[in-house]
Design a protein. Structure first.
Length: 416
C-alpha cells in the first residue's frame, strides 16, 4: 500500500517550513549574542518560545478539534510568513522587538502544531502510520542536518534579515503545498468559554478512561524524562569536559547520531513498516547495551585514547539512534491509532504539555549531580533506573506495548 498524495503534500510542506525554521534557529542566537553578548538574554529567548506554548497548548487542542484543521494549518503558516515579512519591512530588529516576535511565533506555532498533529493520522491508512511517521521524521532529520550549516552561511553573508526572509518564504511555500491537501472536517464553532472547559474535560476523561493509552503515554513520558538528560546534558558534558573532544569531533559526533536516526527511519519507512513494533523490547535491550558502552568509554576504566574514544562513540551513536527509532516510531503510531480523530487534537496537546513538563524534571536533577559526581556514575545510576522501569513495564504491560488496542479489547471480550 503506497502513501497517499495528501501525505506527500503534507510531508513536502513540513520539510520546507522546517528547513526555513532551522536557518532562522541558527541565525537568531548568533544575532542576539552579537548584539548583547548575554547568556541571560539567550535564556530569555528560549523562555519566550517555551512558556507561551505551555500556556496556550490546552486551548490550542480544543481549537484543533473544533475548527477545520487544514485551514488552521494553512493560515497559521501564511500568518507566520506575513509576520516575518513585516519584521523585515518595518525593520523590527531590536532585541526586545524580536523577543515580542518570538512570543507571537510561539503562540501561532502552538495552534499550528495542535492542528497538524491531529490531522496527520487522517491522511494515511492506519496500517501505514509507522511508515508515514518514519518518512516525515526522515525529512525532519535532513532539514536539521542541512539547516544549521545553511543558517550559519546565510547569516555570515546576508545577516539576520536574509535568514528571516528565507524563513518567511518557507512558510509561504509550506502553505502552498498544504492548501492542495484534500481534507474535510466537520467544524463546531466555540460559542462560549464553558464549551472550551467542557472540551478540555472530555479530552482528559478519555485519557483517564483508556488503560491502553495510559500505559503507552506513561511509558513515553518516562522515556522522555530519562532520555533528555543524556542528550541535553550528560553527553555534551562528557564529550567536551571528560573526553576533551575538539569542536570538530564534537560536531562530527552530532552528525553520527543524526545519521543513525535517519538510517533507521528510512529502514522503518521502506522495510519494516508496522512490523517494527515486534522488535520493541529487543530494541530497548539493545539501547541499554549501547548506553553501557557509552558509560564504559567515559569511565576511568576504559583508558582509551581520544581518537579511539571518538571512533567508538561514533559507532555507538549510529547504533543507539537506530534502536531509539524502533522504540519511538511504533509507540507514536500506537498512540495515534488509539485516539479518535474528534478528540485527537485535545489529547495530543495534553500529551505535548505533559512532555514539556516532564522533560525539565530530568534536566533539573542531572545538572547538579554532574557537578558533584562523575558523569559515568550519574549515567550508570540513570541506566539502573531506566532498566528497572523497563523491566516493570515488560512484566506488567508487555501485551499492551507489543499489541494493538483492538487485539487487547478482543481478548478482554473473550475473557468476559
Amino acid at each position: 500500500m503506497s502513501l497517499s498524495r495528501n501525505f506527500w503534500l503534507f510531508a513536502a510542506g513540513r520539510f520546507i517550513s522546517q528547513l526555513g525554521w532551522a536557518v532562522q534557529e541558527v541565525a537568531l542566537p548568533l544575532y542576539v549574542l552579537d548584539k548583547t553578548h548575554s547568556g541571560s538574554m539567550m535564556t530569555l529567548f528560549v523562555l519566550a518560545d517555551v512558556v507561551p506554548s505551555l500556556i496556550i497548548m490546552p486551548f490550542a487542542g480544543v481549537i484543533g478539534d473544533r475548527y477545520n484543521r487544514k485551514r488552521l494549518m494553512v493560515w497559521f503558516d501564511i500568518l507566520r510568513g506575513v509576520l516575518l515579512f513585516g519584521v523585515i519591512a518595518f525593520d523590527l530588529l531590536g532585541i526586545y522587538q524580536l523577543l515580542a516576535v518570538q512570543v507571537i511565533m510561539a503562540v501561532m506555532g502552538t495552534f499550528f502544531g495542535a492542528a497538524t498533529s491531529a490531522m496527520f493520522p487522517d491522511l494515511v491508512e492506519p496500517d501505514e502510520l509507522e511508515r508515514a511517521n518514519s518518512t516525515v521524521s526522515s525529512f525532519s532529520i535532513i532539514a536539521r542536518l542541512i539547516g544549521p550549516a545553511l543558517g550559519g552561511l546565510i547569516y555570515a553573508f546576508g545577516g539576520i534579515k536574509m535568514a528571516i526572509m528565507i524563513n518567511a518564504l518557507s512558510f509561504f511555500g509550506s502553505g502552498l503545498f498544504e492548501a492542495l491537501i484534500r481534507y474535510r472536517w466537520r467544524t463546531r464553532k466555540i460559542e462560549s468559554m464553558g464549551e472550551v472547559i467542557t472540551d478540555l474535560r472530555e479530552g482528559l476523561s478519555f485519557l483517564r478512561s483508556s488503560g491502553y493509552l495510559m500505559v503507552l503515554m506513561g511509558f513515553a513520558l518516562f522515556m522522555n524524562a530519562v532520555g533528555q538528560p543524556f542528550g541535553a546534558v550528560i553527553m555534551p558534558y562528557a564529550f567536551r569536559e571528560v573526553l576533551k573532544f575538539t569542536s570538530r569531533q564534537f560536531g562530527l559526533l552530532e552528525s553520527f547520531f543524526m545519521g543513525g536516526m535517519l538510517l533507521e527511519n528510512i529502514v522503518v519507512a521502506i522495510k519494516l513498516g508496522r512490523k517494527a513494533g515486534r522488535y520493541f523490547f529487543k530494541a530497548l535491550a539493545f539501547n541499554g547495551a549501547m548506553i553501557l558502552v557509552f558509560i564504559w568509554v567515559i569511565s576511568p576504566q576504559a583508558k582509551l585514547s581520544r581518537d579511539a574514544a571518538f571512533l567508538t562513540l561514533a559507532a555507538v551513536g549510529v547504533l543507539w539512534e537506530v534502536s531509539n527509532a524502533v522504540v519511538n516510531i511504533p509507540l507514536q503510531a500506537k498512540i495515534q491509532r488509539a485516539i479518535p480523530t474528534e478528540l485527537r487534537s485535545r489529547v495530543f496537546s495534553a500529551l505535548a504539555l505533559l512532555v514539556n513538563i516532564s522533560s525539565p524534571l530530568g534536566l533539573v536533577a542531572v545538572g547538579p549531580l554532574i557537578d558533584r559526581y562523575s558523569a559515568w556514575s550519574v549515567s550508570l545510576a540513570i541506566w539502573f533506573i531506566q532498566g528497572g522501569v523497563i523491566l516493570y513495564y515488560y512484566v506488567r504491560h508487555r501485551v499492551v506495548l507489543l499489541s494493538e488496542q483492538e487485539h487487547i479489547e478482543e481478548n478482554e471480550g473473550k475473557a468476559i
